[in-house]
Design a protein around this ligand. Structure first.
Ligand SMILES: [Zn+2]
Length: 371
C-alpha cells in the first residue's frame, strides 16, 4: 500500500490576520489570533514526521491550479477580486474569510494540491492520498468565499476528475463537522457527482445542510445531508458511515471517492459540539478504505478542511494517515482514554432516528441507478 501526502510549506504562510478567533480586532476585544491559523495543520505534518510515518509516505509536490481550473467552480469576477486584493494588502473573501498579501497564489496551490492528489491516484503513482492543504475549501461558493474558504478545493478536484480525466461518477464524503455547502451547491443539479455531508445540525453555515435538501432536477437524490445532533460521538459517526455512507456509495458506484476531511468533529474542538476521537477518525478511515476497495479499486483521497484544536488535531490527522498507509507508528493519543469514557459516546436513539432517515435517501439511489 502506498499513500501520498500533499504538502507545501507555503500553505502555512496563508495569513488570516489578527483577530480574536473569528471576532475582528477592535476596541472591544483584545487581539489574539484568527482561529483558522497554520498551527493545527503544521502540527499534523510535524507529528507525521516525528512519529516516523513520513518515511512510509510518498511526498507529492502540489502545483498551482490554473485560472481555467478555478473558473470551473467560480465566477471570473470573484477570482479577479481575490487576485486584486491579494496583490495589494489582502482583504476578505466574504463571511469570515480574511486573507493577506499573496493568499491568492497560496489558494491556487491549495486547490492545485487536491488536483495533484487526484492525478497521483488515477495514474497509479500512489494507492490513496491525503492532501494536507490550506486554505480550506468546502464552504466557498461560486461568487464568494465563506467560513475561512477561498476556492472550492474539492469541487475543483472533482471537476478535474470528471472533465479532464473522464471519470463518469465521483463521490464526495464530507466529514468536516460543518456543512459542506459549497460542494453541495456546486453539484446540486448534477447526477454524476454524489455529495454526502455529515455535520452538526444547523451549526455553520446557519440554516444550511437540512436532510430535506436532496438535489434538484437531474441531481435530485444525489445530495445526502446527515445533520447529526450536537453531542454525537464515535458511536453515531460509525453508525452513520455503516448505515448511510457505505450503502449510498455502493448504490452510486463512484470511480473515485474524495473525503472533505475536517477534524473539527473532535471532542476538543472549539467551533462545534461533537465528541469524536482520534480512534473514531481511524475507524471512519477504515470503513472508507474498505468501501473504496470494494467499489472503486481503492481510489480514495482525503483533502484537508477544518479542525481548530491545535493540541488535538495532530492525533486525529496521524490516525487517518496511518490507516490510509496501513502503518502503525506506536504513537498513543494520550487523551483517548478520557474522551472515550465521556458520556454519550455510544449511539443514542435520537441520533439513530436521523441516521435512519438518511438511510432511506441512500437506499433511494439504488432505484435511481436502475433507471
Ligand atoms: Zn469545519
Amino acid at each position: 500500500m502506498s499513500t501520498g501526502l500533499v504538502w507545501d510549506e507555503l500553505y502555512m504562510w496563508h495569513d488570516t490576520g489578527t483577530s480574536a478567533w473569528v471576532i475582528p480586532a477592535g476596541l472591544t476585544v483584545q487581539p489574539l489570533a484568527h482561529i483558522e491559523s497554520a498551527e493545527g495543520k503544521r502540527r499534523i505534518k510535524n507529528l507525521v514526521e516525528v512519529s516516523g510515518l513520513l518515511e512510509h509516505l510518498t511526498l507529492l509536490k502540489p502545483r498551482a491550479a490554473t485560472q481555467e481550473e478555478i473558473l470551473r467552480a467560480h465566477t471570473r469576477e470573484y477570482v479577479d477580486r481575490i487576485k486584486r486584493e491579494s496583490d495589494a494588502l489582502g482583504g476578505d473573501a466574504g463571511d469570515l474569510t480574511p486573507f493577506g498579501h499573496g493568499s491568492y497564489e497560496i489558494a491556487l496551490l491549495s486547490a492545485g494540491g487536491c488536483i495533484t492528489a487526484v492525478d497521483a491516484v488515477l495514474d497509479g503513482k500512489v494507492d490513496n492520498a491525503y492532501a494536507l492543504v490550506r486554505p480550506p475549501g468546502h464552504h466557498a461558493e461560486r461568487d464568494s468565499g465563506k467560513g475561512f474558504c477561498i476556492f472550492a478545493n474539492v469541487s475543483i478536484a472533482v471537476h478535474h476528475a470528471r472533465q479532464v480525466r473522464g471519470l463518469k461518477r465521483v463521490a464526495v464524503v464530507d466529514w468536516d463537522v460543518h456543512h459542506g455547502n459549497g460542494t453541495e451547491h456546486a453539484f446540486y443539479s448534477d447526477s454524476s457527482v454524489l455529495t454526502i455531508s455529515i455535520h452538526q445540525d444547523n451549526n455553520f453555515p446557519p440554516a444550511s445542510g437540512a436532510i430535506t435538501d436532496t438535489g434538484a432536477g437531474a441531481g435530485e437524490g444525489y445530495n445526502i445531508n446527515i445533520p447529526l445532533p450536537a453531542g454525537s460521538g464515535v458511536g453515531a459517526y460509525v453508525a452513520t458511515f455503516e448505515q448511510v455512507v457505505v450503502p449510498a456509495l455502493r448504490n452510486f458506484e463512484p470511480e473515485l471517492i474524495l473525503i472533505a476531511s475536517g477534524l473539527d468533529a473532535s471532542a476538543m474542538d472549539p467551533l462545534a459540539s461533537m465528541m469524536m476521537t482520534s480512534d473514531g477518525y481511524r475507524q471512519l478511515t477504515r470503513v472508507m478504505l474498505d468501501a473504496a476497495a470494494e467499489i472503486c479499486g481503492g481510489r480514495l483521497i482525503a483533502c484537508h478542511e477544518g479542525g481548530y484544536s491545535p493540541a488535538y488535531v495532530p492525533y486525529c490527522g496521524l490516525a487517518i494517515i496511518e490507516e490510509l498507509a496501513g502503518v502503525r507508528t506506536g504513537v498513543e493519543d494520550p487523551l483517548l482514554g478520557l474522551l472515550a469514557m465521556m458520556g454519550g459516546q455510544s449511539l443514542q436513539p435520537h441520533q439513530q432516528a436521523v441516521i435512519e432517515a438518511a438511510a432511506k435517501l441512500a437506499a433511494g439511489l439504488k432505484a435511481r441507478a436502475a433507471r
